[in-house]
Design a protein around this ligand. Structure first.
Ligand SMILES: [Zn+2]
Length: 368
């Protein structure tokens, strides 16, 4: 029913292209591969962001029934493929990004091919990004735009060992704070200096006050730097802060507090630049998502492929779509693990099972 030989050959082709997030040319080549495949299927295609983003679909206008999202970038630098190209051994496939998430991209392609043939009424859209591993800053607005026209979204991060999918993820804000003060000699002219480090210290304590573990909000100022010598009042300091939360209200509260702090520094003559490296809304299953999960469970039972549902602490592009209220499932790709390491593996036997399950589910998602 599925051409698994073709699947593995497609997977080998794209795993063997280095496509780290900063390797624009490599990500673009992965995009070229899929664009050609999509055109051959008769899909419309578009490229954005220097070709590192690919959009393809069956219907160019109107509501999208099924949005399939994946990222073409990996965390691995150029040269990784030369060291450890795609290989298969004892029912597993290995190679950089094999599970996270090149197998997911191929799964989305093969599902689209069959759905288009057998359910031409479904409006299917593929959105393959190129910067997920570095916070999706370039692709976020595009995904949100697509999400607004979408009925159901599926993100093809790898399925968890045992076949579990992800229905819940914490939200995340990743900040870089840059403090600019005024330098002076700490002994001779303390009145002339305005300390960037003191301002940073205030910020860290204020942001820490936002931590509330009872509602799942945590704050970590993980990296700090600043100053040059103990007798120099520092004119520069920098801090990286990671905030995690389960509730949308908490995300809004954090953004509001950051804006307030930036508008009114504690130390006179110090200014603060706030850079958002990532903003991911929490992914919490809505009633509509729960209905989609029930339907998935029904199909899984019929196919005798029972599926478990897990919550994850990390973020993915599913957070953006779920944050809009779109029923969203993540972990839709074939099963794999040990991501972001040289041990990353993909279970070849899970390819067909995943395709069967998602096909059965997606076949029933035609809108009114
Ligand atoms: Zn991923």
């Amino acid at each position: 029913m599925w051409n698994v030989e073709q699947f593995r050959s497609d997977l080998k082709t794209i795993v063997d292209i280095d496509s780290g997030s900063s390797d624009i040319d490599g990500v673009r080549r992965v995009g070229d591969f899929f664009e050609e495949k999509c055109r051959a299927l008769g899909l419309f295609t578009k490229r954005y962001a220097d070709g590192t983003q690919l959009e393809a679909g069956t219907h160019e206008e109107g509501e999208i029934d099924i949005l399939m999202v994946g990222h073409m970038d990996t965390v691995f630098p150029q040269g990784t493929v030369a060291q450890r190209p795609y290989t298969e051994r004892d029912g597993m496939a290995y190679g950089p990004g094999v599970a996270d998430m090149k197998a997911g991209l191929v799964a989305a392609l093969h599902l689209t091919e069959r759905l288009k043939q057998e359910h031409p009424e479904l409006s299917i859209r593929l959105a393959f990004t190129g910067d997920e591993e570095v916070g999706s800053l370039k692709s976020r607005d595009w995904l949100l735009q697509l999400g607004k026209q979408t009925r159901y979204a599926f993100v093809f991060e790898p399925g968890r060992p045992g076949g579990a999918m992800v229905k819940k993820r914490k939200g995340n804000i990743d900040l870089i704070l840059k403090f600019h003060g005024v330098a002076a000699h700490a002994g001779n002219a303390p009145e002339k200096g305005f300390s960037a480090v003191t301002e940073m210290a205030h910020w860290i304590l204020e942001l820490n006050k936002l931590q509330d573990l009872r509602v799942g909000t945590s704050v970590n100022a993980g990296v700090v730097s600043g100053g040059t010598a103990s007798n120099v009042i520092p004119d520069y300091a920098e801090c990286m802060v990671d905030l995690r939360f389960e509730a949308m209200e908490e995300m809004e509260k954090i953004q509001k507090r950051v804006a307030e702090l930036a508008a009114k520094p504690f130390v006179q003559n110090v200014t603060v630049d706030v850079e958002y490296q990532g903003i991911f809304a929490p992914m919490n299953p809505s009633e509509a998502t729960e209905r989609l999960i029930s339907l998935t469970n029904e199909k899984a039972a019929q196919l005798q492929l029972p599926v478990e549902w897990v919550a994850a602490g990390g973020v993915s592009d599913a957070n953006h779509l779920a944050g809009l209220g779109v029923p969203t499932l993540c972990g839709c790709g074939p099963v794999g693990s040990d991501m972001h390491s040289d041990k990353e593996w993909l279970e070849l036997a899970s390819i067909e099972k995943r395709l069967d399950l998602l096909y059965a589910l997606m076949s029933e998602l035609k809108g009114a």
